[in-house]
Design a protein around this ligand. Sequence first.
Ligand SMILES: [Zn+2]
Length: 332
Amino acid sequence: MAEQVFHHPDIYRIDIPLTGNPLKNLNCYVIQDGAESLVIDTGFRNEECLRTLMEGMAELGISLKHTKLFVTHLHSDHAGLAQYFDYPDTRIYMGQTEHRYLQKLMSGAIRGVRETMYLAEGYPPEKYYEADNKNPARVYMPNQEFAVTELQDGDEIQVGEVKVTALEMPGHTPGLMCCYLEKEKIMFTSDHVLFDITPNITNWPEMEDPLGHYLKNLDRILEYEVEYAFPAHRNLSYKTLQQRTGEIKQHHRKRLEEILEILRKRPGGAYEIAAGLTWSLRGKDWEQAPEKQKWFAVGETLSHLEYLMGKGKVVRKQKEAEGEVRNFYVAV
Ligand SMILES: [Zn+2]
């Protein structure tokens, strides 16, 4: 069902279920003005998401063959169904950095790099493969190329009379974009700022210091005048961006401090460090937590370690273990 979340211009939310995923849902937004529409994000490439999206769009009188689509970032819950919009009369918009990275992911070029990276952190190989094979990011990602109009930071899209500005805010992914409606003071925050959960900040092969970028872009988003923030998951904003970005920064500061504390006691690899951190692993401890949750936790730990290395607070060293080169980190 499409629920109207704003009037003049008309903005609707289609609540797309992400069954079995801790994120619970994706908020697909539709901006409609006159005969034009812009759909923001799609849901996973699976039956349930496609059906819900189609029903919502039908209710609003929008066809896949004649609309604009904005994909805020490469994650499958946002880009999963984009290929279904690939028609001569549609436009699929995506940031250039993000689109190029998605193409590399789809070609499988990044997979091996990440595998080598995680195994060097002491991730037990069989557990790594188990998590990797079940990762929804892979299972539900687009499986066909589609034509994309690539955007740069600050580019504008016109939807009827409505002007939408694309703002590149790397951190959660290498080139995530938020959509800003300056006149209406509306920000579609995508996964850059979420209100009920903390966006995952992981490491990305070929991207330096994602957490550093992320924290800078938490400050940058505050430079825009925003009265209504529309996040990509769960509930709409009930706090200001100022309040919420403050809480998220505090979360990362605590995590950085926690990692340093662990390393002051004992140097270790990212897998071992992740096991010692406090996570909300759905009420379970590390040993019993689902493998795919651990996979995210190790990525999150790596992005924090990289940040600490950039600040000169941690150094990475290497040693040999069972014939393999392993990374370990030492507090300076
Ligand atoms: Zn998401």
